[in-house]
Design a protein. Structure first.
Length: 298
């Protein structure tokens, strides 16, 4: 199997259907994984920021969800293994979980934390730095809908708990990669509005209007992030450490660390060792398939 065919297979595995229409949403985004990975490799030493953190105010207790921070850190570690630089971007409500993920798997990785109050002043100090980046990557980061407000999958406005990081994500001329699973994340504006409205519950209300140069759609966003790392491993086989990030045990350890820090399952709205309602055995199946595809495609 050619590398491009293997990467297409990774894209399909990552989009496995879990009941939210991911396979339908992934169809018009096909080829985004190859485009995203090729762009990162072409940069030589990419200098990127990864936006993540999706706050669940209705959880007990409220916290960032398990989908997103895990995949964001996985991508960041991969880019550093490629000789690049990377930083994470989140906001204050999600910071405890994102910082716990960094401490567990990428000590020393910079994390920019946006305040909910005084955001404009905070962002203004970062614009010069972000304007020089080669890539801006969003991994399960909610974005504005048609009304300019961020919404969760239940259609609830969560703007009171969410900094408008889309303004940094759209700044400058960096190559933008979006990773999402439900239509309301940064990058999903690349998809036809009609499709999201038809496939996703409350899709017209929640769909994010911010697009990306390349979009990766997953059954969970973490799966699509793992597929991106897998594609990078195929394109840069001389960096074997990338394959270590694809072992399910790597994700299992990181999931345990962020749950210990209070991360919640976004579907169940409580702190459990699961992602989007999927317990580990089911959640890990696509991760194993991705690792196997990369191993066979070397």
């Amino acid at each position: 199997m050619r590398i491009d065919e293997t990467i297409a297979a990774l894209e399909r595995v990552a989009a496995r259907e879990v009941g939210r229409g991911s396979e339908a949403l992934a169809a018009p985004a096909a080829g985004g994984l190859l485009a995203a990975a090729s762009s990162l490799v072409a940069a030589g030493a990419p200098d990127a920021a990864v936006f993540t953190g999706f706050f669940i105010p209705g959880a007990e207790p409220p916290a960032a969800e398990t989908d997103g921070p895990l995949g964001a850190v996985q991508i960041a570690v991969a880019l550093r293994l490629l000789g690049g630089r990377c930083r994470l971007v989140t906001d204050q409500p999600c910071a405890p979980v994102v910082e716990a993920a960094v401490a567990a798997a990428a000590p020393g990785l910079p994390v920019d934390v946006a305040p909910l109050r005084g955001y404009e002043e905070w962002a203004a100090t970062l614009l010069p730095r972000y304007g020089r980046l080669t890539h801006l990557i969003a991994c399960e980061r909610v974005g504005p809908g048609v009304d300019g407000r961020p919404h969760n999958m239940r259609g609830e406005d969560i703007g009171a708990h969410t900094a408008p990081l889309d303004r940094l994500y759209t700044a400058g001329s960096a190559y933008r990669i979006g990773i999402g699973d439900g239509g309301n994340e940064l990058g999903m504006g690349r998809l036809p509005a009609e499709l999201i409205g038809r496939v996703v519950a409350s899709g017209e209300r929640i769909r994010c209007v911010v697009g990306a140069d390349a979009l990766l759609v997953g059954g969970t966003s973490n799966w699509a992030a793992a597929a991106l790392v897998g594609a990078l491993s195929l394109l840069r086989p001389e960096v074997p450490a990338l394959r270590t990030l694809l072992e399910p045990a790597w994700s299992s350890d990181l999931l345990a660390a962020i749950v210990a820090a209070g991360a919640v399952d976004g579907v169940r709205r409580r702190s459990t060792l699961s992602v989007d309602g999927l317990d580990w055995p089911s959640y890990s199946e696509p991760l194993t398939e991705i690792a196997d595809l990369v191993r066979a495609g070397r």
